[in-house]
Write a protein that binds this ligand. Structure first.
Ligand code: PLP
Ligand code: SF4
Length: 338
């Protein structure tokens, strides 16, 4: 079949988030066809692709510029040859997370809060991801296996907050999520439920009224930390989803990763803060990327990142300046750089 023939078949638009998640773009050729880009201009790394596959939801691709290899959204997901650069300080588990993994699916690194890797996958594969080598399959308990994590939390009254994190917790069905939240609600020393998710940005259709109802009815104080790196990610559809979240009583925060060639620039981060604030979302962390194998081309020096933060401080109200952090293995909290 020729490309022309493909074009005259009317495209059936996926309607709900489950359909979008089961129809992700995984074929680099299809992606480039949509973006009107020529593979010969920027080769694909097959070894990067086999190590961490291409995976990107169609709504996120819609927000990319056509015919632009340097599009800041495309750069976040393209398996580029630069991933083959191997530097000795770049490892597969730079944070030694394996050490803080007392039971499958649970990380207890910092006081009073535990992190659950609640889902086996994400909706998108971000090339800079520090968990790209993490064994989610081994760390994603099925519903029956959750009891180890729940018992661990029950046995430690110093834990006040549970963080549902990557794989993306909003990739879970509402039924599974509700079950998990109710199990956690029955543990009386827990006060706060935090959800870290990139899905409100990459599949805004996930923000359904059922989800809002579930989160608004929880006895927990609920915090959602979305993950947005660039204001171009905030399409009209994303705005609609975020506007629904804003009507709930959930506290909304954003974390970003500072990425070379994508957002390592005060003007871009300033615009991101303003755009998010117009949706009632405050900046939380700006992470320096961790030294994960295959991600060195995204790295920004701490000196440069500090300069950018200082410039944001001059130009923005304090509440719109994110906290610049990096993770150091063994530290008792994330480390603030300024
Ligand atoms: C980042 C992180 C947290 C949360 O840290 P905050 O500073 O409270 O945002 C908790 N557990 C783990 C394992 C983390 O990586
Ligand atoms: S959504 Fe988060 S956890 Fe998933 S690949 Fe992207 S950065 Fe990693």
């Amino acid at each position: 079949m020729t490309d022309r023939a493909l074009e005259i078949i009317p495209s059936v638009k996926p309607k709900n988030w489950q359909e979008i998640l089961s129809d992700l773009i995984t074929d680099p050729k299809e992606l480039l066809h949509i973006l009107r880009l020529d593979i010969n201009k920027k080769p694909l790394s097959l070894s990067a692709l086999s190590q961490f596959s291409l995976k990107v939801p169609r709504p996120f691709v819609e927000a990319m510029q056509r015919e632009n290899w340097n599009d800041p959204l495309l750069l976040q997901i393209w398996p580029s040859e630069e991933e083959e650069i191997g530097l000795s300080e770049y490892t597969s588990d730079p944070l030694h997370e394996v050490k803080f993994n007392p039971v499958a699916g649970l990380l207890h690194k910092y006081q009073a809060r535990v992190l659950l890797t609640a889902a086996p996958h994400c909706a998108i594969h971000c090339r800079y991801c520090f968990r790209r080598h993490f064994d989610y399959q081994a760390n994603t308990p099925s519903r029956d296996d959750w009891s180890d994590s729940l018992n661990y939390i029950k046995a430690d009254p110093s834990i006040h907050e549970v963080i549902l994190s990557g794989g993306d917790p909003l990739a879970l069905s509402d039924r599974h999520l509700l079950w998990l939240i109710q199990e956690l609600e029955s543990i009386s020393h827990l006060k706060i439920l935090r959800i870290h998710s990139r899905i409100p940005i990459v599949v805004p259709e996930r923000i359904t009224s059922e989800l809002i109802t579930m989160l608004s009815h929880s006895r927990f104080d609920v915090v959602m930390v979305i993950h947005c790196n660039h204001s171009q990610e905030i399409s009209e559809n994303v705005k609609k989803g975020l506007a629904k979240l804003r009507l709930s009583k959930i506290t909304l925060l954003n974390q970003s990763v500072i990425l070379a060639g994508i957002n390592d620039n005060p003007a871009i981060l300033k615009e991101l803060s303003y755009t998010l604030f117009s949706l009632s979302i405050l900046p939380y962390y700006l992470h320096l990327p961790d030294k994960v194998m295959g991600t060195s081309h995204f790295s920004v020096t701490s000196d440069k990142a500090i300069k950018i933060i200082n410039s944001l401080r001059r130009e923005l109200p304090g509440y719109l300046v994110p906290i610049l952090v990096q993770e150091e293995p063994g530290a008792l909290s994330k480390t603030q750089l300024v």
